[in-house]
Design a protein around this ligand. Structure first.
Ligand SMILES: NC(=O)C1=CN([C@@H]2O[C@H](COP(=O)(O)OP(=O)(O)OC[C@H]3O[C@@H](n4cnc5c(N)ncnc54)[C@H](OP(=O)(O)O)[C@@H]3O)[C@@H](O)[C@H]2O)C=CC1
Ligand SMILES: O=C(O)[C@@H]1CCC=N1
Length: 264
């Protein structure tokens, strides 16, 4: 995820020569992008002057290992911006102290192309300037929303953080369905990808309600209605109640529970 955001920042010129990237296992492609943008890659932690912001983007299970270095690197005014699923502000305050400005954020991978969705929760030490800085960084890679209740972050993670995976799985499932209905695999993949991408773009550009867009496709007693009878059961008038909605609700509940567990 850190790589996706960094790519977005490099493309937008937000990450400049004052930036430092720490990733001991950095791949060749990312190392090339980082060097091209003039950022410093893997310097000795003790030699880095206290930065204005530290973005923590390691796996939740790795967080405790990197926190000692981050604490050493941070100055009193350094904003800590974590994107780790589950990791709570209280956990970061235990490491940095409660006077450190800390934002728990949840982005998603479309940030790599400037189309991310990030939700932020600030601790009490976050100033207006810190908020503006975080908003600037995250707006450079997509949309930003703020919540004042940290309890919402687990469900946020389950909907928009993990959400791109559900959409990619929809492509996989539609591909399988196309193959089962007799399409050659290559054509099934092409149709599923183009349909999901095109439908998403139509929804974004039109700004119309998803239900209205669905109804626009559904001719009375036609092919879409036959498919929606399977996905929505008898609930075409109640999109919350059909089999697909129930399955996704269960999936999102599972992801929400896992986010809570990852707090550690
Ligand atoms: N993937 C997603 O869609 C999203 C992920 N997140 C959060 O982002 C975080 C990263 O997840 P994800 O991107 O999936 O995982 P990745 O494993 O892809 O990214 C973690 C990165 O941290 C690097 N790393 C490992 N050890 C260190 C270290 N000691 N110092 C610095 N960097 C290190 C890893 O390198 P190496 O690969 O060599 O180990 C890797 O590049 C998680 O906390 C996750 O919850 C949040 C929103 C969405
Ligand atoms: O799967 C995960 O745990 C991370 C958080 C949200 C998306 N990926």
């Amino acid at each position: 995820m850190g790589g996706a955001m960094l790519e977005g920042w490099i493309q937008n010129g937000v990450a400049g020569p004052a930036g430092v990237v720490i990733d001991p296992g950095v791949g060749d492609r990312m190392a090339g992008l980082v060097r091209e943008a003039g950022l410093l890659l893997n310097p000795e932690v003790g030699k880095v002057p206290a930065p204005r912001v530290i973005v923590l983007a390691v796996k939740p299970q790795m967080m405790d290992k990197v926190l000692a270095d981050a604490v050493r690197m941070a100055g009193p005014g350094t904003l800590i911006l974590s994107v780790a699923a589950g990791k709570t502000v209280a956990g970061f305050e235990a490491a940095f102290g409660a006077s450190q400005p800390i934002i728990r954020a949840m982005p998603n991978t479309p940030a790599a192309i400037g189309r991310g969705m990030t939700v932020c929760y600030p601790n009490a030490a976050v100033s207006g300037d810190d908020r503006a800085l975080a908003t600037m960084l995250l707006r450079a890679v997509g949309e930003v929303a703020w919540v004042e209740d940290e309890g919402l972050m687990d469900a946020v993670t389950a909907v928009s953080g993990s959400g791109p995976a559900y959409v990619f799985h929809l492509v996989e499932a539609m591909t399988r369905g196309g193959i089962d209905a007799g399409l050659p695999e290559e054509l099934a993949v092409k149709l599923a990808r183009a349909t999901v991408a095109g439908a998403g773009e139509l929804m974004r550009r039109s700004g119309e309600d998803a239900g209205e867009l669905r109804r626009n496709v559904t001719s009375p007693n036609g092919t879409t209605a036959a498919a929606l009878d399977v996905l929505m059961g008898d609930h075409q008038g109640d999109p919350d109640a059909g089999p697909m909605a129930k399955l996704l609700s269960e999936a999102i509940a599972a992801a929400t529970r896992r986010s809570r567990e990852l707090a550690g």
